[in-house]
Design a binder for this molecule. Sequence first.
Ligand code: DGL
Length: 274
Amino acid sequence: MRIGVFDSGLGGLSTLLACLRYLPSAEYRFFGDVAHAPYGDKDPQVVRRWTAEAYERFLAAGVDAVVLACNTATSAAAAPLREQSPVPILGLEPAIKKALDVESGPILLLATTLTVRGDKLRALLQRMDGAQQRVRAVACPGLMEIVEAQTTDWRAQAESYWRERLLPHFVELRPKGLVLGCTHYCWLEDAFRDWVGPGCRVYDGNDGLARHLWRRLYGTEAPAPGALPQVARVQLEFSAQREEKTQQASAWLASRGVLVERAGMARPRPFTRG
Ligand code: DGL
């Protein structure tokens, strides 16, 4: 089983980890389009083109499924790509439904500007009972960059971001659920839990996507997730800063106890873009 996993950068490794709990021995090809990141402040048409290019490369590499490990790319590109795709395309959506089902109070959603302004989110909120009244969506420009760079003081930078730009929403809304609608923010999940305290639960869409991936591949409900494998077959590819990003990605996965063994797929020509 070969699975292509795509994000604008390293954030989507959080989705890869979720997939590894269900499909530990699949071969993964992870592509981070760091040359064009962040996606969140770009025009949806342009993000659609970049996502389509990554998708084509995955198809050429013979994948059995494509995972858009990026809420922003899903918002801009999942629907048109699905129309013609011979393989399943799984996209990440903010886990609003889950949060609304579990919690009875307001929900704070954090996502990129493109996701917050996108038709996809609007449609999602319209489809769910009470969602428009209960969910406040807040765009977080600049937060992805803090996580992606992981400078020595990135946690402190993220905490300042939280205090200055997000805490006012939190205090005013008093949400019962916080939805992380960008895969980069998932790398701050433990910090978010501390900041919001025990009265507010933190949600993301990674586990739901991984279970959906299983269903699409095998046509049955996914089993309970297993432990992360100690070694995973992952081919790491980036559209810029290749060595640095590959090292960074390996270190992020190693921080969760997963060592990368390069996947055995035929090596495609490197991603080069203008
Ligand atoms: N990680 C991406 C997401 O889930 C987007 C970050 C960005 O490039 O702005 O939305």
